[in-house]
Design a protein around this ligand. Sequence first.
Ligand code: PBG
Length: 342
Amino acid sequence: MSTTFDPEELQGLDLPVPTIRPRRLRANATMRRMTAEHRVSVDDLIEPLFVVPGTNVRQEIGSMPGVHQLSVDRAVEEAKDAQALGIPAVILFGIPPEKDETASWLARADGPVQRAIEAIKSAVPNLLVIADLCACEYTSHGHCGLLDVDGGIDNDRSVELLARGALSYAQSGVDIVAPSDMMDGRVRAIRYALDADGRTDVAIMSYAVKYASAFYGPFREAAGSTPAFGDRRTHQMDPPNAREAVKEALLDVREGADFIMVKPALAYLDVLAKVRKAVPVPVAVYNVSGEYSMVKAASARGWLDEERAVDEMLVSFKRAGADCIVTYFARATARRLAKARR
Ligand code: PBG
């Protein structure tokens, strides 16, 4: 039997002749620009900053080339730079001078995050300041809440601690608090605590959908928050579950979340799309440390083209429905977008 292709045979197929040729819309860069269904804008980007005690500290994080731990004074500089590039918001993480069992530094007015909020809001008032809210950077055991007698996490006492932390950030002038601990009922408690103190303008960006992920590895080096024992699987979500993500998101919207966050990003684009359909609030996605570091590591070896990989990754978040993108590539991307416009 001959396997030679005979073009005549095409005529016999019951298929339309290609009068519709999708390639026409891909023919050149201008056509592609005009027909792009999604694009990343600087308005979508949120830049993470890691704040440490001291002054004039700018210490690169080994596993995250180009990302630094910053003292408050240097964090202000980076915030100014972000604002100059048109980035609307930064999200702050704090590494306290001391960690203990009860996360004492979490709700202190002189904590690194509280001081950074004040300093950034006074230097760049129009830049939105978001504060990540979790106990894991503040506890000696590295867990996201307070421990009970059996070494498990005491959900309800942890929620009280988070509400106190949220209040303390609000009193320092934060625009948005972002609880990332995954305790049950914390959005409701935080909303209640903020409102009781007259802080009705402070918004809540809830990490409603946060998976127990290997992709947080480099962050835990940055924040010194690797659990001393055990893991986070009893509170962070199990990777096989997507229906449960919708449940978490809807619950947090009911409790008063103004934004819903999905995290990580790349391995959870299906979840992002589902959550986007289910909730009537803006959805943020967190392009996490491991996703940053793997692109950085591969491109440092010449195995990936960094800029193209980043652009492709970020636009996939828009395609899946993200309204805002937290990414360590925020400033690099903002710079590139500004150049492309010129
Ligand atoms: C918890 C928190 C984590 C991240 C953001 N908030 C770490 C964790 O849950 O272990 C991860 C961010 C990243 O990996 O970039 N405070």
